[in-house]
Design a protein around this ligand. Structure first.
Ligand code: AMP
Length: 113
């Protein structure tokens, strides 16, 4: 498996991991776009939102719930944060392993696109 996020999840390459359990993993983005920039991923290799089966839909809910918990831990929940999932070429998805961006720690741009 040459997926970079799978390699972080299995410990084959290092990641700045801030949380892990049986289903999910969270680590700091290597090229942060905000003072706090975490990536939340499922351990399972799901390439994108499009490949999420109906049975796997709870994973997204768990990712969002974890994001809020981590935002609290990182001290950005009170001031606010942004969650982003990029999909497809024009949506800007580069890594083909489902991931949720958590961005916070500064007043984020009013522009989304
Ligand atoms: P996306 O454009 O939504 O696919 O986002 C992929 C994100 O993964 C980018 O923000 C990258 O900076 C980040 N990234 C790529 N490789 C690594 C890595 N080895 N460790 C942490 N973050 C990474």
């Amino acid at each position: 498996m040459d997926c970079i996020f799978c390699q972080i999840a299995t410990g084959k390459i290092p990641g700045d991991i801030v949380y892990q359990d049986e289903e999910l993993l969270a680590f700091r983005d290597i090229n942060p776009q905000a003072p706090k920039h975490l990536l939340i991923i499922p351990r399972k290799h799901i390439p994108s939102l499009a490949e999420l089966s109906p049975a796997e839909l709870p994973i997204i809910g768990n990712m969002v719930a974890l994001a809020h918990k981590l935002a609290q831990q990182e001290g950005v929940a009170e001031t606010g944060y942004r969650l982003v999932v990029n999909y497809g070429e024009w949506g800007g998805q580069v890594v083909k392993h489902l991931h949720l961006h958590l961005l916070g720690g500064k007043k984020l741009s009013d522009k989304l696109g």
